[in-house]
Write a protein that binds this ligand. Structure first.
Ligand code: SF4
Length: 367
């Protein structure tokens, strides 16, 4: 099994964000951490004997608003409840404005062997517009600190498709990011909710989202640069040096079992998908009453399960077995347009197919 722990607190709200996160006083975070421990203990009772954890992912929000020592304590608590395999991947998401050298060192001593650093851009002007609470120098320093602390794998999140024509060059950002030689790079196109502050500025015409072909060019260019630097694309948005795939995220795309804990977290266990209450207050209350904070979910029908397998599997470079896609005519059309490739009994998206992944995958969904 895999374990995800959600930490819904951030240093500041970024201008583009409408996730279930908030800036909170220390006492709110402490109360939430207590609830998390109660939830983990309840799951220990509800899911006995499921074998050792193969990966553990502490995401958010910004889990690095906890000190490195606190993250180590939380991990030690998990270990007391669930056996963790010796080769488990243990990831923490880190905001460049947060951790100092001793935080990385404490986290590593506590078992963290992978950090995912939310760099987004290495251009200070861009970071200001995005409302990120850090500068490019902080991101570079965070990468160096993680390495000096002996964290085995460093991943960077980079963002493209930004509403910033005024001189922003994503390729320059990528060049600098690749120059830091991270083990893993995730590249995400900005998807803007109209409810976020930046979304409202776009609605008022103060910023303009780039045209689709500009976004596609940026993605293509980033892929080329990463490929030439020795990175392998193993999923639409994810690239790594050989052997550094994020094993935890691979499990999501392969539909392996994972338990999500924390407010709003999602789980998949033995064919059941379920999710927790989103409200932190309601989440705390439920746990203080000794009840699991699950708010909904159910068992997927066989057809839904198959659709998920196709939808998630096609995101990965290895694709899916052809037998999952009985629509031979549609497949042949897409192949002719250079959007998919059939090889060795598997179907996968081509580079062009990845650029148009949503409509192509929709086309291939089982009826
Ligand atoms: S750090 Fe991430 S989760 Fe927090 S406000 Fe910024 S984008 Fe949202």
């Amino acid at each position: 099994m895999r374990l995800y722990i959600h930490w819904p607190f951030c240093l500041a709200r970024c201008a583009y964000c409408d996730f279930n996160t908030r800036v909170a006083a220390r006492r709110v975070a402490v109360a939430y951490a207590h609830s998390l421990c109660l939830e983990l203990a309840l799951w220990r009772e509800a899911l006995p004997g499921r074998g050792g954890l193969r990966s553990l992912y502490l995401g958010g929000g910004t889990p690095s608003t906890m000190r490195g020592e606190e993250v180590a304590e939380l991990l030690a608590y998990c270990r007391r409840l669930f056996p963790v395999r010796g080769d488990a991947e243990v990831t923490v998401e880190v905001n460049p404005a947060t951790w100092k050298e001793d935080d990385f060192a404490a986290a590593r001593r506590g078992g963290v062997n992978r950090v995912s650093i939310g760099v987004q851009s290495l251009d200070d002007r861009v970071l200001r517009v995005l409302g990120r609470p850090h500068g490019a120098g902080d991101a570079v320093a965070a990468v160096r600190r993680a390495r000096r602390a002996g964290i085995a794998a460093v991943s960077l999140d980079m963002m493209f498709g930004l509403p910033l024509e005024s001189g922003h060059r994503f390729t320059q950002d990528m060049e600098r990011a690749i120059g830091l030689r991270p083990h893993h790079v995730s590249t995400y196109a900005l998807s803007l909710s109209s409810r976020s502050p930046m979304g409202r500025l776009v609605s008022r015409g103060e910023f303009h989202m780039p045209e689709d072909d500009v976004v596609a060019d940026e993605y293509r260019e980033a892929s080329r640069m990463l490929r030439e630097a020795g990175y392998v694309r193993y999923e639409i948005s994810n690239f790594c040096l050989p052997g550094y795939e994020c094993r935890h995220n691979m499990a999501y795309w392969r539909r392996e079992d994972y338990l999500g804990t924390g407010a709003g977290a999602h789980s998949l266990i033995a064919g059941w998908r379920f999710h927790n209450l989103e409200s932190i207050l309601a989440y705390n209350r439920r746990l203080h009453d000794g009840v699991l904070p699950v708010s909904g979910g159910g068992r997927l029908a066989a057809g839904e399960e198959k659709s998920e397998r196709v939808m998630l599997g096609l995101r990965m470079a290895r694709g899916v077995p052809e037998r999952l896609l009985p629509q031979a005519a549609r497949l042949a059309d897409l192949e002719e347009y250079g959007l998919v490739r059939r090889e060795g009994g598997r179907v996968r998206l081509t580079e062009r197919g990845m650029l148009l992944s949503n409509p192509v995958i929709a086309e291939l969904m089982p009826a």
